[in-house]
Design a binder for this molecule. Structure first.
Ligand code: ZN
Length: 168
């Protein structure tokens, strides 16, 4: 297991659309393990492969406080979104220190493969539904701040540039 470096917004690599995983081999299992370790260490509740510069459709999520409900989703696909929406405050390991409100579907059904290649279906609501939509966005090259106004995005970029200068 290893900790992986996380790309930071507005790194252009975060805009890459991830490719489906044709076969679940040891490389994918290792990547999933490393991503889970990286997410727990950060700490965060979700991480997409895109964020660690691997452009394959794989995400890990654990919204539990006890860190024992790890979900590994390969080739996740949103089958259904509720018309009903929710607005929650989101953050992202690729956008450190920035939190803002984003509107998402209240409920989603997501089909995916688990690490054994079994087809699974998760019907989620609330925080898990937000997390799934946020992470699947990453696989499509989208970061949550891109749901915000242009003005907010400019402010966030300026703030992150300033942070980078201080830590460099
Ligand atoms: Zn994120």
């Amino acid at each position: 297991m290893a900790l992986l470096p996380i790309l930071r917004f507005p790194d252009p690599r975060l805009r890459t659309r991830a490719a489906p995983i044709p076969e679940i081999d040891n490389g994918i299992r290792r990547l999933a393990g490393d991503m889970a370790e990286t997410m727990y260490e950060a700490p965060g509740i979700g991480l997409a492969a895109t964020q660690v510069d691997v452009h394959k459709r794989l995400i890990v999520i654990d919204i539990s406080e006890t860190h024992d409900e790890l979900l590994t989703l390969i080739n996740p696909e949103i089958l259904e979104c509720s018309a009903e929406a929710q607005v929650g405050e989101e953050g992202c390991l690729s956008v450190p220190g920035i939190y803002d409100k984003v509107e998402r579907a209240e409920r989603v059904s997501v089909r995916y493969l688990d690490l054994d290649g079994k087809v699974c279906l998760v019907q989620a609501e609330g925080l898990l539904a937000v997390c799934l939509q946020h992470e699947i966005d990453h696989l499509d090259g989208k970061v949550f701040v891109e749901h915000l106004s242009q003005l907010k995005q400019l402010r966030i970029k300026a703030k992150l540039a300033k942070q980078a200068k201080i830590t460099a």
